[in-house]
Ligand binder design. Structure first.
Ligand code: BJW
Ligand code: ZN
Length: 246
């Protein structure tokens, strides 16, 4: 059986399916990935942008980077990869987990989406004042003032994303781990699969007996673990899968 036929037959037979996505699914929408040939980390140093220490030292530079990325995302539209994954969330037995902060799956109509690394469209008070402690939506592009200020206490606000060294939202990771542990098929899509703890979901699913599939442009940290590698563009491979598992 060819690999695509095998994946289709496993999807059709599965009681529960979970998928984990990464930045690769947004590449066709013109959003740069992090690693890889033209990834963000080739042009920017992670320790100066995606850590709490970086923000503490220079919130203006960090916010300028996020404001630029928010502008790119606001001008982008979801692609076929977002649309297929979002459509599958209408299946009660399908759980979609994302590391992406761009909101494009949400714009495709994804339901019950588990976001592991937060959202670039949400902010919270850096000083964690009582009323600004929880995340709130601020999708103003561009930001009228950088760094933006908390409307409650006047302190700087931060993007409500998960930076290196920060713990993930416990409830979201718990829900993702439960979905991985109970999946009959686990898909890892458009992710380098090297950032933890998100990258631990695939081995967890596999230990619990899931049939696992990598859909990625090139081999990733998942390739040696999965049962089947489908290498190519996620937007094209998912489109073909959706024809046969609508
Ligand atoms: C296509 C395609 C197409 C392209 N079709 N495919 C050693 C040092 C320091 C830290 C650590 C360490 N060892 C472990 C850690 C912990 C660290 C970690 O995992 N680091 C590793 C990198 C080593 N993890 C953490 O710090 C996490 N927290 C944590 O562990 O808490 C516990 C703790 C607390 C205190 C102290 C220590 C531990 C938090 C991780 C947060 C990650 N944050 C970011 C930024 C989010 C905000 C933002 O966007 O600005 O999340 S980093 C970045 O990586 C982002 C992504 O969600 C994440 C994953 O990247 P992703 O999505 O996989 O993208 P890429 O670019 O890597 O891959 C894209 C893939 O797509 C490529 O393979 C392409 O080929 C492919 N592709 N086009 C299909 N059309
Ligand atoms: Zn505040």
């Amino acid at each position: 059986m060819n690999p695509l036929d095998l994946v289709v037959s496993r999807l059709k037979a599965a009681k529960r399916v979970a998928a984990l996505t990464g930045a690769g699914i947004s590449a066709a929408s013109g959003i740069p990935t992090f690693r890889g040939a033209d990834g963000l980390w080739k042009h920017f140093r992670v320790e100066t942008l995606a850590t709490a220490e970086a923000f503490e030292n220079d919130p203006t530079t960090v916010w300028e980077w996020y404001d630029w990325r928010r502008g790119l995302i606001a001008a982008a539209t979801p692609n076929r990869a977002h649309d297929v994954l979002a459509a599958w969330t209408a299946k009660p037995a399908f759980t979609l987990i994302t590391q992406n902060v761009d909101g494009l799956l949400e714009r495709s109509g994804a339901e019950r989406l588990i976001r592991l690394h937060g959202s670039i469209w949400h902010v919270r008070c850096w000083e964690r004042c009582a009323r600004g402690r929880s995340d709130w939506l601020d999708d103003t592009v561009p930001m009228p003032a950088i760094p933006p200020r908390c409307p409650h206490c006047g302190a700087i606000v931060r993007p409500a994303v998960t930076w290196f060294g920060e713990t993930l939202d416990y409830a979201s990771f718990d829900a993702a781990a439960n979905a991985a542990a109970s999946a009959d098929v686990f898909l890892t899509v458009g992710t380098s699969a090297i950032v933890y703890p998100a990258a631990s979901l695939l081995p967890l699913a596999k230990r619990r007996g899931a049939f696992s599939v990598e859909i990625n442009l090139e081999p990733s940290g998942a390739s040696d673990t999965v049962d089947v590698c489908l290498h190519g563009k996620a937007e094209e491979i998912l489109d073909r899968l959706c024809e046969r598992w609508p």
